[in-house]
Write a protein that binds this ligand. Sequence first.
Ligand code: GTP
Ligand code: MG
Length: 170
Amino acid sequence: GNKNINAKLVLLGDVGAGKSSLVLRFVKGQFVEFQESTIGAAFFSQTLAVKDATVKFEIWDTAGQERYHSLAPMYYRGAAAAIIVYDITNQASFDRAKKWVQELHAQGNPNMVVALAGNKADLVDARKVEAEEAQIYAQDNGIFFMETSAKAATNVNDIFYEIAKRLPRV
Ligand code: GTP
Ligand code: MG
């Protein structure tokens, strides 16, 4: 039969990488040019049907500002999945994403499904991080990678769908 899965998912990443925008696109199908910087964290939920299961994502959209870093473990502890987001036009945000990957490997749930999202893929002319570099990094670190655009709605449902497929079916 079809299984119902509840999955806690956390978004992590640098300020302005587009975490809230990805969630807003996934949950409400919307995009805003002037999305406000998140304070603390925000909670959303959204259900997604995959072949053999219906997954209810309980989503924690964390704040990228450094002063909120100490709160992050509250959100990733016990999470079944994480999306680490960087901005393809910002090298520093990719460096920050790698730090999150290390932190999750050191402190997170070892069975966590981790996705790396290279967001703002619509801004190709301003690209600073090559997709190939991120793909190799992801492969070396046992996580999966997709470039996304919250603005153009590219690969947004897809990244959640890929996570849903990879969640353990207990
Ligand atoms: P914090 O909450 O401060 O950690 O930032 P965040 O990661 O939640 O980023 P947010 O979603 O607030 O997006 C920051 C800015 O980038 C906003 O002005 C968005 O409109 C813009 N933005 C987000 N995603 C995209 C995208 O895919 N393409 C483009 N062109 N702009 C985007
Ligand atoms: Mg935000």
